[in-house]
Design a protein around this ligand. Structure first.
Ligand code: R1P
Length: 273
């Protein structure tokens, strides 16, 4: 594994001119942020040794390097999901590569279904904690102590200072920012109404099919994490309508302007720290 990480990082480093500070994972329909990156250098996943391929609509499948608000960033324009058939180790491989490239913070974004009825489609939700409802863990297997601890602490998986910074960014832009707990299910089927009811009882506010494995690996690697969900629809059984990925992409498209402003403000504040 370490050899593969090094090979991928070496390949990317040959192209990069500077060390990225912040890593970005852009969820379904949220890849537009990568288009705002100044002086972009794009590398297709298919060219990077050891990288899987993106197979989901709304996930472009490339890394984009450059600056956002003067901060060196590396964005994953598209992520990998367990349901695509990749092992959790493969799904989270890019996080370990980004760590090797030098990132100190990771902003993880996703499109998620609203479980809490106080949420509305189009809302931006600060992830304060998560529930691993899928059962799998990307750290299962022998632990490589060069990469992190056998038993990483997740009591503050989502960095408190970064959360405060995101709240400041939302306040200064007058964007109503919701807060909540993200639940990870494997997918690819959406939840049933009974499951959504159960998740609400368990303390979940939004549900999706990503993010948690990435956050576990980032924390294992001691990367600070900020998580933002875009509520793309209400989860099953809340509204009297079926769920589609088309709707997910459509809502993220509508939320695009506030998402872009918000993310850029967060990065700008991060750069001023
Ligand atoms: C379902 O519509 C897809 O949207 C979300 C779900 O996890 C699933 O992949 O995508 P992201 O989590 O990648 O944003």
């Amino acid at each position: 594994m370490t050899i593969q990480i090094e090979q991928a990082a070496r390949y990317i480093n040959r192209i990069l001119l500077q060390t990225p500070k912040v890593g970005l994972i852009l969820g379904s329909g949220l890849g537009v942020l990568a288009e705002e990156i100044k002086d972009p250098v794009k590398v297709s996943y298919s060219d990077i040794p050891g990288f899987p391929a993106s197979t989901v609509e709304g996930h472009a499948g490339q890394l984009v390097f450059g600056t956002l608000e003067g901060v060196n960033v590396i964005a994953m324009q598209g992520r990998f999901h367990f349901y695509e058939g990749y092992s959790l180790e493969k799904v989270t491989f890019p996080i370990r590569v980004m760590k090797k490239l030098g990132i100190e913070a990771l902003i993880v974004t996703n499109a998620a279904g609203g479980v809490n009825t106080d949420l509305d489609p189009g809302d931006l939700m600060l992830i304060t904690d998560h529930i691993n409802n899928a059962g799998g863990n990307p750290l299962i297997g022998p632990n490589n102590t060069e990469l992190g601890l056998r038993f990483p602490d997740l009591s503050t998986a989502y960095d408190v200072e970064l959360q405060a910074l995101a709240k400041r960014a939302a306040e200064s832009l007058d964007i109503p920012l919701k807060e909540g707990v993200y639940v990870w299910n494997t997918g690819p089927s959406y939840e049933t109404p009974a499951e959504v009811k159960m998740l609400r009882h368990l303390g979940g506010d939004a549900v999706g099919m990503s993010t948690v494995p990435e956050v576990i690996i980032a924390r294992h690697a001691e990367i600070k994490v900020l998580g933002i969900s875009c509520i793309s629809n209400m989860a099953a059984g809340i509204l009297d309508q079926p769920l589609t990925h088309h709707e997910v992409i459509e809502t993220t498209e509508k939320a695009k302007d506030s998402f872009l402003l918000f993310m850029k403000e967060i990065i700008s504040l991060y750069g001023q720290r």
